[in-house]
Write a protein of this length. Structure first.
Ligand code: HEC
Length: 145
């Protein structure tokens, strides 16, 4: 009985030693192989160019294409004419002196301000949400002609 137990113990100890060795030698093996690619794996994502490395005069700056401002007529036709051509809900009509005269008296900059914020049934920016302030102004100038 005592003998049987010690044989079992020895077998277990051997299995453990062989298993541990196999385990670690496998790790060592893997890391050895990986060392060959370590430079590739840890290289930085970008590279720093120092002064003089490249001739900056040969590098073209990205061309910035500023969106061309639409004309007052374009903005009016696209966004304002639906209401202002016929005077929907009391909108001052296109080029109608009687409708515009009292408003023009307040000054163009005030009209621009009101058109941007909206008033009553007049929606903010006259629904032209991507219009710049100057495009709104151009559209108003086109309407009050
Ligand atoms: C949905 C209809 C509608 C659209 C679209 C619209 N308007 Fe108007 N607008 C109105 C109405 C209604 C009024 C009158 C508001 C009031 O006086 O109460 C008005 C008034 C104005 C006024 C006079 C504001 C004032 O202070 O008296 C300006 C300027 C104006 N609109 C500019 C524009 C411009 C520019 C656009 C297009 C970019 C535009 N509107 C699009 C309905 C519209």
């Amino acid at each position: 009985m005592y003998f049987k137990n010690s044989v079992a113990a020895i077998i277990i100890i051997f299995a453990a030693i062989i298993g541990t060795k196999a385990f670690f030698s496998d790790l060592i093996h893997v890391s050895y192989n990986d060392n060959l690619t370590v430079v590739e794996r840890i290289k930085p994502l970008g590279q720093v160019y120092l002064a003089g490395d490249i001739d900056v005069n040969t590098v073209k700056a990205p061309v910035k294409t500023a969106a061309k401002a639409r004309s007052g007529e374009e903005v009016y036709t696209a966004s304002c004419s639906s209401c202002h051509s016929v005077g929907v809900m009391g909108a001052p009509k296109f080029a109608n002196k009687a409708d515009w005269a009292p408003r023009v008296k307040r000054g163009i900059s005030d009209l621009v301000k009101v058109a941007i914020s909206g008033v009553g049934a007049m929606p903010p920016k006259g629904t032209c949400m991507d219009c710049s302030d100057s495009e709104i102004k151009a559209a108003i100038e086109h309407m009050i002609k």
